[in-house]
Design a binder for this molecule. Structure first.
Ligand code: GNR
Ligand code: NI
Length: 173
């Protein structure tokens, strides 16, 4: 297995819209390696989710594990999300592509997810709480959207400048 490099804001590649995975791609054994590498990268970070967009692979593929023990890996291929309620929930979100920053984001509280699993089979599930937040956060990545897009432009600019400074320092170290 291998750790993959995670793109960081404001990298323009994070703004790429991911394309659906074709049946041949879903059946290709190399996808299983990609999924294992994404899970390893997510657990190593550590994070509770990772979208393929974050590792510069612009296909509709997401991994999530919101369990306390980190023993419940979930894989979503071509996921689609619909809100199940008009109730909104606000949670402080972080992102492996925006390391070190946490801001409140408001999203639908309950969602239904249709996706294909790593076994190639379609499934439907309903989610609430942290899982619902995480799924919506990952779906945003596939659209090229980041949680910082929901906060004030002033805060977003501050975060961008701090990360740009860190990236410059890392590059010259
Ligand atoms: O690890 C993560 N934690 C998190 C916390 C609150 C809301 C969303 C997340 S997702 C994030 C991992 C990540 O960046 N996924 O794209
Ligand atoms: Ni993220």
């Amino acid at each position: 297995m291998a750790l993959l490099e995670i793109l960081e804001f404001p990298d323009a590649r994070l703004r790429t819209k991911a394309t659906p995975m074709a049946p041949e791609e879903i059946q290709d054994p190399s996808l299983q390696t990609m999924i294992d590498n994404m899970l390893e990268t997510m657990y190593d970070a550590p994070g509770i989710g990772l979208a393929a967009s974050q590792i510069n692979y612009h296909k509709r593929l997401v991994v999530i594990d919101v369990s306390d023990e980190g023993d419940d890996p979930m894989v979503f291929i071509n996921p689609e999300v619909e809100p199940l309620t008009e109730e909104q929930e606000t949670m402080k979100e972080g992102c492996l592509s925006v390391p070190g920053f946490y801001e409140e984001v408001t999203r639908p509280e309950r969602v239904r997810v249709n996706a294909i699993g790593r076994d190639g089979k379609a499934f439907t599930m309903e989610a609430e709480g942290l899982l619902a937040v995480c799924i919506q956060h990952e779906l945003d990545h596939l659209e090229g959207k980041l949680f910082v897009d929901y906060i004030s432009p002033l805060k977003r600019t501050r975060i961008r400048k701090k990360l740009e400074k860190q990236h410059k320092q890392a590059a010259s170290a």
